[in-house]
Design a binder for this molecule. Structure first.
Ligand SMILES: [Zn+2]
Length: 324
């Protein structure tokens, strides 16, 4: 029998990542197209369908090579109806029937889920999760995303909003404003933007010199990467920023683990590339605030799939569907 492929799609506000993936989770071909948000996002799905047809043509293959299309989308998804809510950054109205549109335009079976959930499924299947069926994935990027997997299934909650780890209230009083409308969310601290905000506050109110202060005075701003690089060189202010970030992250992770006791908690996204300089103090705080039996059994690890987690997890949606 010839090998069949699944289309994995990671739909982003700027670019859409596509991949042909076999049923073992191996990427055969991957490519990107830009996301065309013109005219209320009406071209997004059509462009994806066209991109698939073009790629098949290039490879001299026909559509019967493909089993289905899985997609991670940026917004809360009702997985029963295949509707995505509040994807305003894509130009879509409050209720957009994404799954049905995909099926109509591609003539393939479609399954959709939230993008952070897909990243979690990708890491479970082929990444740091290494097959762990109880896993929590936290994506530390421009924002903070979360996906909770219990017994191999994404926890959706009553309205698809489970796993919003970025919006755990970390600072209940006088916290910074979050994009969600609340204040003091974990995202205002542990995202790249949060780290820059904390660093800028500390630098403004500090008179000491050092590597990070030097960059701040020269450029007028610092990046999250500047903070981690300077911390590695022993910069005091940079280390204070990491101390604050890792305290809130360690505390939040401990409380999630105290509730779920997952096998693994996987940290992904650009900020996780900081590596040990961030991971070690997070683990320390995690140890302080987790229930003893949880501390012994829940492992914290860095994600391994990088940008591929989304498309691999999206392909898993189809793989999981056909094996039912
Ligand atoms: Zn929030």
């Amino acid at each position: 029998m010839t090998e069949k492929w699944i289309v994995g799609v990671d739909l982003g506000g700027t670019t859409t990542k596509l991949a042909f993936i076999n049923t073992y989770g191996e990427i055969i071909h991957k490519w990107e197209i830009s996301t065309d948000k013109e005219e209320d996002g009406k071209y997004i799905v059509i462009n994806i369908a066209k991109a698939i047809d073009q790629k098949l043509q290039e490879l001299d293959l026909t559509k019967d090579k493909l089993i289905g299309i899985g997609m991670g989308a940026p917004g809360p998804v009702d997985t029963k109806t295949g509707v995505i809510y509040n994807a305003v950054n894509l130009g879509w109205n409050t209720h957009f029937p994404l799954r049905d549109m995909l099926e109509v335009e591609t003539s393939l079976q479609a399954v959709i889920d939230n993008d952070a959930n897909c990243a979690a499924l990708g890491e479970m299947w082929k990444g740091a999760g290494n097959g762990a069926k109880d896993l929590v994935c936290i994506t530390l990027g421009t924002g903070v995303g979360g996906g909770v997997i219990a017994n191999g299934q994404i926890v959706q909650g009553v309205s698809g909003a489970a796993g919003e780890i970025g919006h755990i209230t970390s600072v209940p009083v006088n916290g910074a404003r979050c994009n969600c409308g609340k204040t003091g969310c974990l995202e205002t601290i542990a995202s790249a933007t949060g780290i820059v905000r904390i660093a800028s506050n500390m630098l403004e109110n500090n008179t000491s010199s050092g590597e990070l202060m030097g960059i701040y005075q020269k450029e007028g701003h610092v990046s999250a990467k500047n903070v981690f690089d300077a911390a590695r060189n022993g910069d005091k202010i940079a280390n204070s920023v990491i101390e604050e970030v890792s305290f809130y992250l360690g505390l939040a992770l401990a409380n999630i683990a105290n509730t779920l006791n997952p096998e693994k908690m996987v940290l992904g996204g650009g900020v996780s590339k900081a590596g040990q300089i961030l991971l070690n103090p997070i683990k320390e705080n995690f140890g302080k605030y987790s229930f003893p039996r949880v501390k012994e059994s829940t492992e914290i690890a860095i994600a391994t799939l990088g940008n591929d987690a989304g498309v691999i997890g999206a392909a898993w949606l189809i793989k999981n569907n056909i094996s039912k």
